[in-house]
Design a binder for this molecule. Structure first.
Ligand code: ADP
Ligand code: ASP
Ligand code: MG
Length: 438
């Protein structure tokens, strides 16, 4: 069996979904069973979260946004499916349910974390429903499967922890048998449910993770992540014009890249796949014949450095070790730590601080400590030779025109971190990428 996950841009509109139909039908021709995991159409999850918050205070605005979200999906049905009535009816029913929840939030004037996850789950419900109707319209034997019936999690809303054993047990009992009568089963990424049936989400970008968990639970031979770029690139192609796809990468290298800014994959994606020894391919929905990137447990060497990535909007804190360790122990700071380095006397840490709220939390935790905070970016360079002296020296040279807060090796020997001032990030990223491609 193959798991195919289609991301937000791959299901964003009828043109993208037409490519999805072609990819799926071509693969079934090769007589493989397919578990298709879909994201919400791009932008929808953000809109749904905004909708839930808006509903607390402004019922009319919320209802008009809700209608716009439903209409977007009805339009896709009309454009994509030759006889769209049944699909439109199902989408409308999902839309009516969404509307009732929005009205409920407005009535109570309160939106709990549980309600937010429930509302956020509708994006994937819309797209999975549309895809099933579209596949049936081209005679694919296919079934819509509710991911919340097997993806078992705790109740940590917005970033729920998956109960792998229970999820596997439920997949064996309820999901795998669906393939007896169907060639394709379509389900939702990103969402799960508690044992009591409350809907949860696995964190933003979590559909990749869903694909890997379900792939491992059903014993897939391959997990394909279909997105809008032709694989994992040597840098984010939106930031570095000369970035190019890397044909193969090891799990550990991709995980480091994903943890530090390469959002092409959710960092947790890799773990269930490594544990189950399943290869992951990253492919382009809009250029399906491109080679893409194959990720396996084998260490691959194309060059000493393979890729570079950046995390912006960070805060760099430095000062006396004892003071810093004390601050890093605060519950609201702990979850933001991206990098730490300690010597006996002095230490530093980089925290993710992308929102005003998190910057305030950091500032409050630093009051009276004597620690210094600066805005910063982290750049990570990865590859099998990342920590060799000649590579480190080339990286240091690439940074000479800039003030560098920190330059250090990662624990894995596959990575080097450069912590710099925010405004230097783009230039250093491009310069280090110059070393990657040479
Ligand atoms: P999807 O909606 O399919 O999950 P995402 O937007 O989450 O897609 O991820 C794909 C995007 O990841 C690309 O459009 C690209 O801008 C970005 N990206 C960041 N770093 C990289 C990288 N190293 N290689 C490829 N894409 C990257
Ligand atoms: N739709 C979810 C999000 O936007 C999950 C995903 O796209 O992977 O975060
Ligand atoms: Mg993604």
């Amino acid at each position: 069996m193959i798991v195919m996950k289609f991301g937000g841009t791959s299901v964003a509109d009828s043109a993208a979904l037409t490519s999805v139909l072609t990819i799926v039908t071509k693969t079934i021709d090769r007589s493989t069973k397919l578990l298709v995991v879909v994201s919400a159409a791009s932008g929808t999850t953000n809109q749904l979260l905004e909708l839930a918050r808006m509903a607390v205070t402004d019922g009319d605005e919320a209802i008009s946004l809700c209608k716009a979200i439903i209409m977007r999906h009805i339009r896709i049905c009309n454009e994509l499916i030759p006889a769209p009535d049944a699909a439109c009816l199902d989408v409308s029913e999902i839309g009516n349910e969404l509307t009732r929840y929005v009205e409920g939030i407005h009535f109570l004037n309160e939106c709990t974390n549980q309600s937010l996850d429930k509302i956020a789950s509708f994006g994937e419900r819309f797209t999975s429903c549309i895809l099933v109707h579209a596949l049936r319209s081209v005679n694919v034997r296919c079934r819509l499967f509710d991911a919340t019936s097997v993806m078992r999690t705790d109740d940590q809303y917005h970033k729920a922890n998956v109960d792998f054993n229970e999820t596997r047990r439920l997949c064996t009992r309820a999901l795998i048998p669906e393939f007896d009568a169907h060639d394709v089963v379509v389900t939702q990424g990103y969402i799960g449910a508690t044992p009591d049936g409350f809907v949860t989400t696995l964190g933003r970008g979590g559909s990749d993770y869903s694909a890997a968990i379900l792939g491992s639970a059903v014993g897939a031979e391959l997990i394909q992540i279909w997105t809008d770029v032709s694989g994992v690139f040597s840098a984010d192609p939106r930031l570095v014009a000369t970035a190019r796809p890397i044909p193969s990468l090891s799990f550990s290298e991709v995980r480091e890249l994903a943890l530090y800014g390469a959002r092409v994959l959710h960092p947790d994606t890799i773990k269930p796949a490594i544990d189950a020894g399943i290869a992951v391919a990253v492919l382009n929905t809009f250029r399906p014949d491109d080679e893409g990137t194959m990720i396996t447990h084998v260490d691959v060497t194309h060059s000493r450095l393979h890729a570079v990535s950046i995390v912006r909007d960070c805060t760099f804190i430095s000062g006396q070790t004892a003071e810093l360790k004390n601050v890093l122990g605060h519950a609201n700071i702990k979850s933001k730590i991206l990098l730490e380095s300690h010597s006996i006397e002095r230490s530093s840490a980089v925290l993710i601080s992308q929102t005003e709220e998190s910057r305030t939390e950091i500032d409050v935790s630093l009051v009276g400590t004597g620690l210094e905070a600066k805005s910063a970016s982290i750049i990570i360079a990865t590859g099998p030779g990342a920590t060799e002296a000649s590579v480190l020296s080339a990286i240091a040279t690439a940074c000479t025109e800039h003030e560098i807060h920190e330059l250090c090796n990662g624990m894995s020997r596959l990575s080097v971190f450069i912590v710099c001032r925010s405004e230097s990030g783009a230039d250093i990223l491009n310069k280090i990428h110059g070393i990657v491609v040479n």
